[in-house]
Ligand binder design. Structure first.
Ligand code: URA
Length: 217
């Protein structure tokens, strides 16, 4: 049985971990629906599991669902998702051929008036949810995992890898899949200064172009 109630002793979705008997991504999603490994399920509307082809060669990993994703139950369908789609298109990458998921599967937020504002998941929440990410990766066995931003990086690689230092690099951690490190698209949404925004967008697209070599033609 999937032991989804208990924290794991180690961190990161290592390939060596036994993810028991979820035979398909659909089984895994179904099991995740009743996850109580951390408290985030309590206030979320939906579990937001990964989606995309079972034979995807590339997996994109974000941080956690946002407000729109929580309501829709699907990853990257809000403003950051729209920007990601545009940048993938400009990079010549078809999102439909990638599996898209998050390091954390439930929306964490704080109420400000009637608005639900994004709150960063803490290290324990990321670690507990890394179990699910590891299970997705074991079933998918992709050629490349793309870590979008610091939370995905820390879930996949721990704290030694830094987004701004290592972005654009493809890392080859032992016992894991190749991992391309890049920024999270919402970092672009936060930039106000137009030139800087354009430069950062161009760098992000340059990083995403590296995915193309991992997709079958
Ligand atoms: N940001 C993420 O990291 N993931 C989503 O699914 C949406 C926004």
């Amino acid at each position: 049985m999937l032991d989804k109630q208990h924290p794991l002793p180690d961190t990161g979705p290592s390939l060596k971990r036994d993810h028991a008997d979820a035979a398909t991504l659909e089984d895994l999603r179904h099991a995740a629906e009743s996850c109580t490994r951390c408290d985030l399920y309590r206030n979320a509307t939906h579990l937001v599991f990964g989606e995309g082809p079972e034979n995807a060669e590339v997996v994109l990993v974000g941080e956690q669902p946002g407000d729109k994703e929580d309501l829709a139950g699907r990853p990257f369908v809000g403003p950051a998702g729209r920007l990601l789609d545009q940048c993938l298109e400009e990079a010549g990458v078809d999102r439909d051929r990638c599996y898209v998921t998050n390091a954390v599967k439930h929306f964490k937020y704080q109420m400000r008036g009637k608005k639900r504002l994004h709150a960063r998941p803490n290290a324990g929440e990321v670690q507990r949810c890394a179990w699910w990410l590891g299970a997705e990766l074991e079933l998918l066995r992709p050629k490349l995992v793309v870590a979008l931003g610091a939370t995905a990086v820390s879930s996949l690689l721990g704290s030694k890898v830094k987004v701004m230092r290592d972005r654009g690099n493809i890392l080859h951690p032992e016992g894991q899949f190749d991992i391309l490190v890049t920024i999270h698209p919402s970092a672009l949404l936060r930039i106000r200064e137009p030139d800087e925004k354009e430069r950062s967008r161009a760098s992000f697209i340059r990083d995403l172009k590296k995915i193309r070599g991992f997709l079958r033609h």
